[in-house]
Design a protein around this ligand. Structure first.
Ligand code: DWN
Length: 430
């Protein structure tokens, strides 16, 4: 194994982070006919690189296999849409209207914003609304990119890499007008990238001299402290600390530096947002970066990473005890939110339709499919009103407040709502 971050490859450089058994890909959503066919499973055993502290899975699955037809649409969560609107407005205010930008662009072609993994256009539409002259997305999943295109957001269907970055910067015609970007956004994509060096070099190639890259990625410290083993699945190849990203940036992918960092504990189980620029750019490093580095150092000394391996089996016990206790008193339990993290948890715990027959989800692309590895049916939220379950287990606990509020509006029979909180399943009356 070669570390994706620092390229360490010694036998003693890696340490097993946790063992989630063998599982199908989290977003394997089967049709009824496919239920009779074998499902391919892959080991889910992330390793920790002791040199750069990057937790990672080996490349077992090609990105094409995972992302060619993708059922995740960022716009499904109002909380996330609002978070992204504020993010876009902040980027415009701080980096696209300032003095540095005016100096660099006097007489130029206008501001350029590029988003990598732009999904259904949930974010870029705010830059178009904000009057930014040139905006485009890069999204590998054609079915998702089509939604963005229909919304009027130019979207280039491909995986981002150093080769693609050079091609796009040089491009003179067509959808992409070429040139270097003033702002590059890469939210919830770094974890999915097999060739991290090529990705980071691509950012450097594509970034204007005083431009800014804004990256959001789940923070490993939140994953560990919050016991969130559900967010470990094959799509997520890497689990980052700021430390491991800075390590990668000083290696082969050098040339960029982190100048600011922010924490969003409520987004996707705990997200860090990093701001990067060229090493020679004028953006000064903030005090927040030094504080963050020191928090991570102190945390690593307490060695929590070495204890995480116990978390999955503790969660399995909690899940079984919750489901069996409901079965004993004859309560009808359904799920809500067929998230990728739900697939990991249910598959690892061995939960099937006999304990939870269906999951409601607002995403049309998931309806009438079965969660691979569990064979649980996914259906529309209308099923809640029709079947009036006693307990609704929210399987996307990262959006618990938003979902509870929707359920309060829809479920006038006041069912119980359950959700995972670390290694516990909490439950309350709606
Ligand atoms: O990196 C990734 C991220 C950030 O999101 C991906 N690889 C895939 C995805 O992970 P996920 O599937 O675990 O994400 P969510 O956002 O936790 O998924 C929530 C699910 O719940 C979606 O299927 C949409 C659904 N949902 C719903 O039915 N009603 C969500 C909300 C908020 C709702 O109100």
């Amino acid at each position: 194994m070669i570390c994706r971050g620092c390229h360490a490859n010694g036998e003693h450089d890696f340490w097993e982070f946790c063992d989630l058994g063998v599982q199908p890909l989290a977003n394997t959503l089967l049709t009824k006919d496919q239920l009779l066919e074998p499902v391919t499973t892959y080991p889910l055993r992330p390793m920790l690189c002791e040199k750069c502290m990057l937790v990672q899975l080996p490349d077992l699955v090609s990105p094409e296999q995972t992302f060619s037809d993708y059922p995740y649409f960022s716009s499904q969560s109002a909380t996330y849409v609002e978070h992204s609107r504020q993010h876009a407005d902040d980027l415009i205010k701080h980096f696209l209207m300032g003095e540095a930008w005016r100096r660099e662009h006097a007489g130029g072609e206008g501001r350029l914003v590029v988003e990598i993994a732009s999904n259904d256009g949930y974010m870029l539409r705010h830059f178009i609304r904000g009057g930014i002259e040139r905006v485009y997305g890069i999204e590998p999943a054609r079915n998702v990119a089509d939604h963005a295109t229909k919304r009027g957001i130019p979207t280039f269907v491909d995986f981002f890499s150093s080769v693609l970055a050079s091609k796009l910067v040089e491009s003179k015609d067509g959808l992409v007008t070429g040139g270097r970007a003033d702002v590059i956004i890469a939210n919830n994509v770094l974890a999915h990238v097999p060739n991290l060096s090529s990705f980071l070099v691509g950012l450097r190639i594509m970034l204007a001299p005083e431009g800014v890259v804004s990256i959001e990625v789940p923070w490993l410290k939140d994953l560990v402290d919050g016991d969130e083993c559900g967010t470990i699945y094959h799509e997520h190849l890497s689990y980052f600390l700021l430390h491991s990203i800075e390590y990668a940036l000083t290696g082969q992918a050098g040339g960029l530096r982190v100048f600011d960092v922010e924490h969003f504990p409520e987004i996707h189980g705990g997200t860090m947002r990093l701001y990067l620029c060229h090493g020679s750019a004028q953006h000064e490093q903030t005090e927040r970066v030094r504080e963050w580095q020191s928090v991570e150092r102190g945390w690593l000394v307490s060695a929590p990473l070495h204890h995480f391996g116990r978390q999955p089996s503790a969660l399995k016990q909690a899940v079984w005890s919750f489901l069996l206790s409901q079965k004993v008193i004859d309560r009808y339990v359904c799920g809500y939110g067929a998230a990728a993290k739900a697939a990991t948890v249910l598959s690892y715990c061995g939960v099937g339709p006999e304990l939870m027959p269906w999951i409601a989800d607002t995403t049309p692309a998931k309806w009438d499919r079965y969660l691979g590895g569990t064979q649980i049916h996914i259906t529309t939220p209308l099923a809640l009103t029709e079947r009036r379950p006693d307990v609704i287990w929210v399987l996307a606990p990262n959006w618990i407040e938003e979902i509870k509020s929707k359920l309060r509006d829809q479920c006038d029979w006041h069912p119980h709502v359950a959700w995972q909180d670390g290694t516990e399943i909490r439950m309350e009356r709606l």
